[in-house]
Design a protein around this ligand. Structure first.
Ligand code: FPP
Ligand code: ZN
Length: 333
């Protein structure tokens, strides 16, 4: 049976679209809560998760009216630093991670003209080191996540020419392991989150030939556990966010059928809070915007009919947004 047909079975829980949109809207208002204070450092990424979630559900305009949209965009503008980088919150040090989130938010709202492209490109290219790797900020931490963030943001801005893409991809290749997976640095343990970033970076750089598709596909498929959910590494508990990290990588490799998609969809849908909205990491945990987005994005990759805007597995943005920007789409297997 095709993955999409599985969603029509009476045994498949319904995706609570209205409730999830209300959950995201509430999260964007809750400036006085403890959670808000605790997550201040990653506010820009939180906005990207929430906005992208409602966009994929076809509810962007209904969830954020013009005034709210302007409030969000002004907030993003205010996270910009003099060197062209964006911090996770106002007055925070700039970081490639939040710089990508800012570009993604502007792209989702079709407001890319608010970006000082040369300044952003200047910051991102200054983060590349002579061995091809990227540091995340001026403090110098190096991680394959940062290579992905830089290449993705630069590709979205049409400025990949500003960095050494060949060297960046060769560095990613040096982080490949015997199991076909990738780690955060050379010799680092394979981790599905890092696999997403490395496969994504190689896809953007046009060097997917560095990937051993069968070996990595096997390692990724092994991430599915008995209850249907996916974990990030062997022996770990399943977690809804890995529906994205694993499935997007399988999608780029054209191998989403290597896992039991109906079982994964059931697991994600069991993690919904059907009354208050939101999706949690595991059934009965507290929902948050991060797992809400990655749960919905995972369902999008499986063709869930209520997720009306298909999502690109490399850029983690709706295909319609990329199409609007004239960006070639990645494969979705
Ligand atoms: C697991 O994190 C996930 C990763 C290591 C990948 C993170 C990828 C990015 C930040 C790049 C930007 C992403 C997108 C979608 C545009 P974790 O800390 O939850 O790992 P754990 O499960 O081991 O705790
Ligand atoms: Zn998680």
């Amino acid at each position: 049976m095709s993955a999409a047909k599985e969603f029509e079975l009476p045994s498949m829980p319904t995706l609570c679209v209205d409730e999830h949109c209300a959950f995201v809207a509430r999260a964007s208002e809750s400036a006085d809560t403890l959670e808000h204070a605790l997550t201040e450092h990653l506010r820009l990424s939180g906005i990207y998760w929430g906005v992208c979630a409602v966009y994929t559900l076809g509810r962007l305009d209904r969830t954020f009216d013009r005034a709210k949209k302007e409030e969000i965009l002004s907030y993003v503008d205010s996270c910009r630093n003099e060197n062209g980088s964006y911090g996770g919150g106002v007055g925070h040090d700039g970081h490639v991670l939040y710089t990508l989130s800012a570009v993604q938010i502007y792209a989702l709202f079709d407001e890319l003209s608010r970006i000082d492209v040369e300044a952003v490109v200047g910051f991102l290219s200054s983060m590349q080191l002579s061995n091809g790797s990227f540091q995340g900020d001026h403090w110098g931490e190096i991680d394959t996540r940062f290579t992905y963030c830089a290449l993705s943001a630069l590709r979205l801005l049409g400025r990949l020419d500003a960095v050494d893409v060949d060297k960046a991809c060769a560095y990613i290749n040096s982080c490949k392991n015997f199991d076909g997976g990738f780690g955060a640095e050379p010799g680092g343990e394979s981790h599905a989150g890092q696999v997403f970033t490395c496969v994504g970076a190689l896809a953007i750089g046009g060097r997917l030939d560095y990937v051993d598709g069968d070996l990595l596909g096997w390692w990724l498929a092994e991430r599915q556990v008995k209850v249907g959910g996916l974990n990030g590494r062997p022996e770990k508990l399943p977690d809804v966010c890995y529906s994205w990290w694993v499935l997007s990588s399988l999608s780029v490799l054209g191998k989403t059928h290597w896992i039991d998609r109906a079982a994964l969809a059931r697991f994600i849908l069991k993690c919904q809070d059907e009354k208050s909205g939101g999706i949690s990491d595991r059934p009965d945990d507290e929902p948050d915007v991060y797992h809400t987005f990655f749960g919905i994005a995972g369902l999008a990759l499986m063709g869930h009919p209520a997720v009306v805007e298909p999502i690109d597995p490399v850029f983690a943005l709706p295909k319609s947004v990329l199409r609007r920007m004239g960006i070639e789409l990645s494969g979705t297997g």
